[in-house]
Write a protein that binds this ligand. Structure first.
Ligand code: SF4
Ligand code: SF4
Length: 389
């Protein structure tokens, strides 16, 4: 790896304003996954990354992050269930005092494994669905058995006493059936439902034209969700519906990751440490836990210090009176849409590149078919990796 953690970076870090602690650790245990979602947030070239961290290396990461103040630990991937040491990792995390969350597609889960996770001390399981219709779900997952398995596992998770947390990634091919999605969640007795539109990075960016809903679709879906919310509350149903719109239909960007290197720390399967799970795409040499301690990485590495503070900003952000609020938006989105990671996030109506967002909204009005997507799988990933070399 690079010269991250150099004396200059350390000096810069000391001179900067104090930053927060990595309260939230996301452990991307593996990039292996039996599904092929075209909106997956994993890097396009995931097939070309290095060997996965061993069990002991992960446990060491958990220990170090806990010492730095991390309180929540998310097990993610790829599909984290692929790791046969997941039970051991959960148990170690529990002993270290983390609140733990498993983010899974449900493929590879069974009743015995859920019971083992419970025994190991896992606090929370989130099962994701592609759609409420079997056909659309399986088509988007790239698996004929996915929907039936997810339904069975969602029921089992609830039966074993976990709160039912469901995640539906919404896009133009399922958002018109939001009523059916919500009804399915009610039927499954879900406690929390995240109806979150794709974030357009990684594979989702590659498939944006096939996935981005129109404004009319979004407004209708939000309206229906609000109606269900009111009706279900009247009926005394405690289900919580969380509706997240894509920032492509906003005029101001979000404060990405609540600030770069402020509270989030992601460690990828090969040990690369990132301030956000998408940041690997940026032309920054990020540090690796195999070569540096997490303390050095968090406090001193040039990767984590790159966008702390606002010295890096250029106009219009530099002199903008809203910069403390959104910190110039998402660095990955700026890079993807402008080729310049220091630019204002083009979602912002003040950005000179806001036309790229307007063009994407316009393109969403054209017909698109779900079969035209590029699936996230090893073969396609190798093609991307070769094109990057
Ligand atoms: S988004 Fe889909 S393909 Fe990507 S890791 Fe999750 S289940 Fe696998
Ligand atoms: S110009 Fe920059 S800082 Fe100002 S609102 Fe837009 S993205 Fe935020």
């Amino acid at each position: 790896m690079s010269s991250v953690g150099s004396t200059t970076a350390a000096k810069l870090a000391r001179e900067r304003q104090p930053h927060g602690q990595p309260l939230w650790l996301l452990a991307e245990l593996t990039y292996k996954c039996p599904l092929q979602c075209p909106y997956c947030s994993n890097p396009l070239d995931f097939a070309d990354t290095g060997a996965e961290l061993s069990t002991e290396q992960w446990i060491d990461v958990f220990r170090q992050a806990r010492r730095l103040g991390a309180a929540q630990l998310g097990f993610s991937g790829g599909e984290p269930l692929v790791r046969r040491d997941l039970e051991r990792l959960i148990a170690e995390a529990r002993q270290l005092g983390y609140y733990t969350n498993l983010i899974t597609s449900g493929i590879g889960l069974d009743a015995a494994r859920i019971a083992a996770f419970r025994e190991a001390g896992l606090d929370h399981i989130q099962v994701s669905f592609q759609a409420a219709d079997e056909e659309v779900n399986n088509l988007l997952a790239g698996s004929k058995k996915a929907f039936a398995q997810k339904l069975a596992m969602a029921r089992e998770v609830k039966a074993q006493g976990y709160p039912m947390v469901l995640n539906f990634v919404t896009h133009r091919h399922n958002i018109d059936r939001i009523d059916r999605i919500i009804e399915l969640c009610v039927e499954l007795e879900a406690d929390y439902v995240e109806l979150a539109t794709c974030q357009y990075y990684g594979w989702a960016y590659e498939n944006r034209e096939q996935l981005l809903p129109t404004r009319a679709q979004l407004e209708r879906a939000e309206h229906i969700t609000n109606e269900y919310r009111a009706r279900l509350a009247e009926q005394g149903n405690p289900i919580r519906l969380i509706f997240v719109t894509p920032d492509y239909y906003e005029e101001r960007p979000k404060k990405c990751m609540n600030g770069w290197g402020e509270i989030f720390l992601t460690v990828t399967p090969d040990g690369t440490a990132l301030p956000c799970h998408s940041a690997r795409m940026l032309p920054i040499a990020f540090p690796n836990v195999k070569q540096q301690s997490l303390e050095q990485i968090w406090n001193e590495s040039s990767g984590f210090n790159h966008f702390r503070g606002d010295d890096w900003m250029q106009e219009p952000c530099r002199s903008c009176d809203e910069k403390a609020h959104d910190h110039g938006g998402c660095r990955c989105q700026a890079y993807l849409l402008t080729g310049d990671m220091n630019a204002a996030d083009p979602v912002c109506a003040k950005s000179p590149h806001h036309d790229t967002i307007l063009a994407a909204r316009q393109a969403a009005e054209a017909p698109a078919h779900e079969t035209d997507v590029t699936y996230r799988n090893e073969r396609n990933s190798r093609v991307f990796a070769r094109s990057i070399d």
